[in-house]
Design a protein around this ligand. Structure first.
Ligand code: SF4
Length: 346
């Protein structure tokens, strides 16, 4: 495995532990509990936690924080699968079950935010893998990360499919009083049968929409990234309507559709799944994605237009998912703290 980019950082007293460098930097753990059975966690001390997005990227943000690599949510289409190959890990089942945990992420971020060189730019999370995947229930890295961002009044956004985010509702509310906080939840479709096979480790779409509702009830506007819309499986007009209607009912501030893309790493895994589950669609996919990772522009435009028309019909605001929002006025404290959220709803 190539772990050197994840290896040791001096601790708060300037010490470094030689045992944390190279392959020795990795402590491997398994937990014999139902939600973590079959999953291996590789605990590492990262050297740096603020990642600069390459200039050529199409992403609307420049800095990201990713406390995990690999994702037990196990979406068959996940574009981040390829990144596991950089660690010489398998991009299929290995991506779903070999999880790298940057155990020093909160302390490292706090230190980097305090550096005189840091300019307080917006930080996006959940852009590579989900920071509220099941592992977060055990490692609890996000509370320290959000607290550091709040204490430095540093704007940030989170994109997630994880209902576990509600565990940190109080912290998010605190942060939103002092800086811009943007939360987006990803819900590509509400078809339960499709969800079970294509996103087998994620909370059900309805539970994710409950997150949107709860955040809104606490004054944190939440957008929905309607992603991915999966050609021939979730793009029927009736399916799009049902999904947008459910999103509107959750009180989402925006809906942004995104058609499935199939980059190397994700493509092979998705097509193998398609061959098993929907073999009659393989040829249609080969034609639709003949030019590469993206569906043709005409198809993407059609989906976008349909979703925007439905959003207008159901009264969802203009697409602004991922845009930071701040609570301008102090909100009254919620009457009761939310219950800890179920980690796995599969
Ligand atoms: S939740 Fe996101 S990061 Fe995790 S597997 Fe699914 S698409 Fe990938």
């Amino acid at each position: 495995m190539r772990w050197e980019n994840l290896s040791a950082e001096p601790d708060d007293h300037g010490r470094t532990d030689p045992a944390l460098f190279g392959a020795d930097a990795v402590i491997t753990r398994t937990f014999d509990t139902p939600e973590f059975r079959g999953i291996t966690f590789h605990e590492v001390r990262a050297r740096s936690i603020l990642n600069r997005v390459p200039g050529a990227s199409r992403m609307p943000f420049e800095w990201t924080v990713n406390p995990y690599r690999g994702c037990t949510h196990a979406c068959v289409y996940c574009f981040a699968r390829k990144t596991h190959s950089y660690l010489d890990l398998d991009t299929g089942l290995g991506f779903d079950s070999q999880i790298v945990v940057k155990v020093n992420a909160p302390e490292l971020l706090r230190r980097q935010l305090g550096s005189r060189r840091w300019q307080g730019e917006h930080i996006a999370m959940g852009t590579n893998v989900d920071c509220y995947q099941r592992a977060e229930g055990r490692y609890r890295l996000m509370p320290g990360i959000i607290a550091a961002l709040r204490d430095h009044a540093n704007p940030f956004s989170i994109l997630t499919k994880g209902t576990l985010i509600l565990r940190d509702l109080d912290l998010l509310t605190d942060a939103a009083r002092v800086t811009d906080v943007g939360i987006s939840v990803s819900v590509g479709f509400t078809d339960t049968e499709l969800w079970r096979t294509v996103e087998p480790g994620t909370p059900a779409p309805e539970r994710r929409l409950d997150v949107v509702r709860t955040l809104g009830d606490h004054g944190i506007g939440c957008g929905v990234l309607m992603a991915p819309v999966i050609p021939f499986l979730s793009d029927h007009p009736a399916q799009l309507r049902a999904t947008v209607r459910a999103i509107a009912a959750s009180g989402a501030t925006s809906v942004t559709p995104l058609t499935l893309h199939l980059r190397p790493g994700a493509r092979e895994w998705f097509m193998a799944w398609l061959e098993r589950e929907h073999p009659h669609l393989v040829r249609r996919y080969e034609r639709l994605y003949a030019d590469g990772a993206y569906a043709p522009k005409w198809y993407q435009r059609r989906i976008t237009r349909q979703v925007h028309e439905l959003a207008q019909e159901y009264g969802i605001g203009p697409a602004r998912a991922g845009m930071p929002r701040r609570i301008r006025e102090p909100e009254p404290a919620p009457p009761t703290a939310p219950e800890p959220t179920q980690l796995s709803l599969i």
